[in-house]
Design a protein around this ligand. Structure first.
Ligand code: AMP
Length: 641
């Protein structure tokens, strides 16, 4: 390391100009830009603290540091964005790492005990190897996107690169897949014993029952010859007669009969068939997959203790839903199965510890689970029962890449259940990729239908008048009322709640910018009725399961009609009735027609002003289309931006 400077990089004067904090927001970047920023980042001030103080925090103080050199251009790959990788190495190995800048090589010193030093070095070597492997491909991409005009053909090194043999890659992937899953125990999937009553149902009885239960529909999506659709289990005993502990749990909960989705989902899932359940929260969909999941888990040939990982994995879009599913898991706990909740924003180390203690069921949001999986804190090879809960919302939130990565490590012959409130193309595509020959059960029509137990009121108003409306409503609430007020943005949630607090109203707020612990506290206070007004963004529009919400107040109307249906579904739950009030301004006119459809189908009254708003919007749209056409015909110059 002849040219290396003696002092740690953080103190190197040559770098002092780059020691100012990195700007918080950066414009969108291409791969080139990202590469350059990587090298800037490892000189940034944000780094100073974790790697500068090397004194004896790490175990093995008396041990001399492990020193070695790395190419300076690869240091960024070791450090990671904002120091993420090096921090990860330090926390995983309990070492402290110092990087002393030099040209062409930097010196790395690892402080800690000997085995951990070696482990940290291996991790560093792996990051470097990854970067070196990635680089040639990276260069090809850049060359491929260069405009050809003016490019000097003689300097095009593309020709030197060997052609990619896709057939070989596919063949290897197949071989590798077989090897990866070779030594796994078989999965037991079929636990269904049809009761005499269910078997004895005539087709007419089945049809009538489905019709009377929100028009349940069930279909077999298997190609070729179709399997018989099982009769619904109209009573709990029809599904779980052979599982007395499950029956006890249900009795303890005081449920009267299966919900529509449960009655049709249970006989499918208990047979080991993959299922797509199109149903909203509040319909009992969680227990429709949890109960059969418990039985599945407890009946596998390899007992929980020997499994070396979870047997059931539930992926959910939000922390709130994950916590809720976990609560249901614990409430109906079966044979002491252990469940753990893993979600972003929560205590990462605590979650790692919980998982490492041994776990049967993981309920997780995809981002955090992917993080723990990539860092080898959790092994998903033992999962035999997988649930993708609220798949549509997970896709909306952009979780598809994480889901893809997670599922690479889940054995392909597992049983998979997917729930979704809607059934758009993206969700169908996901189902096609991850479910095998599934059946689909949907409750009600596949179109959007808001819950019929909710009276839906619409008030046409202006942005300026909204405050007066909500204040009047909240000040007139009865002591037993509980309302969730939906707003469009976090800032509105903050402003509105502080405004209301100043008016001596006790409110809580729930949005993505609040600390997770504050969010949990707010929700708990609302659930327990300590606070009866919750101001929330759409974070709470799904999954939130508070039985006694009497009113949903749409202070800001949601961006799309699906979200409206989800919001409305927060009230009128578990057999109760509820009311929703929506403030509509001119800004929302594009949604008026769809809202009218929803109101019509739920037999709600439709204000005249909403109808004329929809008509005005349609007329305006038509006018603009005509103008556009005329403009084109007259050859108006087009605008180029
Ligand atoms: P979910 O759709 O899973 O969010 O469920 C909504 C609520 O319904 C949960 O609190 C469940 O405990 C409750 N629930 C589930 N199954 C039933 C049932 N068969 N009868 C009454 N309530 C139920």
């Amino acid at each position: 390391m002849s040219t290396a400077k003696a002092a740690p990089w953080v103190a190197v004067s040559e770098r002092s100009s780059s020691l100012s904090p990195a700007p918080e927001r950066r414009p969108a970047e291409g791969p080139n830009e990202r590469g350059r920023r990587g090298s800037r980042a490892w000189r940034g001030a944000g780094w100073r603290e974790p790697f500068g103080c090397v004194e004896a925090v790490a175990g093995g103080c008396g041990q001399p540091p492990l020193c070695f050199a790395v190419r300076s251009d690869l240091v960024g790959a070791v450090v990671g964005r904002g120091g993420s990788k090096i921090r990860e190495i330090q926390s995983t190995t309990n070492t402290k790492i110092q990087i002393i800048k030099g040209d062409p090589k930097a010196e790395v010193k690892i402080f800690g005990n000997k085995p951990m030093q070696t482990k940290a070095k291996t991790m560093i070597d792996n990051f470097i190897k990854e970067q070196e492997n990635y680089s040639p491909q990276y260069r090809v991409d850049i060359v491929a996107f260069q405009p050809s005009v003016g490019r000097d053909v003689s300097t095009n090194h593309n020709e030197d690169l060997p052609l990619i043999n896709w057939d070989k890659i596919r063949e290897d992937a197949l071989k590798w897949g077989k090897k990866k899953w070779a030594d796994l125990p078989p999965i037991r999937k079929n636990f269904y014993v049809e009761s005499a009553t269910t078997r004895a149902m005539s087709q007419l009885q089945v049809d009538n029952w489905r019709k009377e239960n929100y028009n349940i529909t069930c279909d077999d999506l298997k190609n070729g010859e179709k399997r018989p659709i099982p009769n619904p289990t109209c009573k709990f005993e029809d599904a779980f007669q052979c599982y007395p502990e499950v029956m006890e749990n249900i009795k303890r909960a005081g449920f009267q009969k299966p919900t529509p989705i449960q009655s049709q989902a249970w006989p499918v899932v208990l047979q080991g068939i993959d299922l797509i359940g199109v149903a909203q929260t509040g319909t009992g969909k969680t227990l429709s997959y949890l109960m059969p999941g418990f039985i599945h888990l407890n009946s596998q040939p390899v007992a929980g203790g020997k499994r070396n990982g979870p047997g059931m994995l539930v992926l959910t879009p939000t922390r709130e839903l994950a916590l809720q599913v976990e609560a249901e898991c614990s409430k109906y706990s079966y044979k002491s199965l252990r469940s753990v909740c893993i979600y972003g924003g929560g205590d990462r180390n605590g979650q790692i510890q919980n998982v490492s203690k041994g776990v049967d069921i993981i309920i997780a949001t995809p981002g955090r689970l992917n993080d723990l999986q990539m860092n080898n804190f959790v092994c998903l090879k033992s999962v035999t029962y997988l649930v993708l809960d609220e798949a549509d919302k997970m896709l909306d939130m952009g979780f598809e890449p994480q889901i893809t990565k997670i599922l690479l490590d889940v054995r392909p012959d597992r049983q998979t259940i997917m729930t979704s409130a809607t059934w758009p193309c993206a969700v169908r595509r996901l189902a096609q990729s991850y479910l095998k020959e599934p059946m689909i059960v949907y409750v009600g029509s596949l179109d959007l239908v808001a819950v019929s137990t909710v009276k839906q009121d619409v008030i046409i108003t202006t942005e300026e008048e909204k405050r007066a409306h909500i204040q009047a409503f909240l000040e007139n609430m009865s002591p037993t009322d509980k309302v969730i007020v939906f707003v469009s943005r976090k800032a509105v949630a903050d402003h509105l709640s502080s405004d209301l607090i100043l008016r001596q109203l006790s409110v809580e707020s729930l949005h993505g910018d609040r600390e997770q612990s504050d969010r949990e506290k707010a929700l708990e206070n609302f659930k327990q009725g300590k606070v009866r007004i919750l101001i929330a963004t759409d974070l709470a529009s799904r999954g939130l399961d508070v039985h006694d919400i009497t009113h949903v107040y749409n202070y800001d109307f949601p961006r799309n009609i699906e979200e409206y249906v989800h919001r409305v579904g927060r009230t009128g739950r578990a057999g109760r009735t509820g009311m929703s009030i929506s403030l509509i301004t001119r800004n929302n006119w594009s949604i008026a027609t769809e809202l009218i459809h929803i109101l019509e189908r739920a037999n709600q009254s439709i204000p005249e002003e909403l109808v004329s708003m929809a008509e005005r919007y349609r007329a305006n749209k038509l006018k603009r289309e005509v103008e556009k056409k005329i403009g084109r015909l007259q050859g108006k110059p087009q605008k180029f931006y």
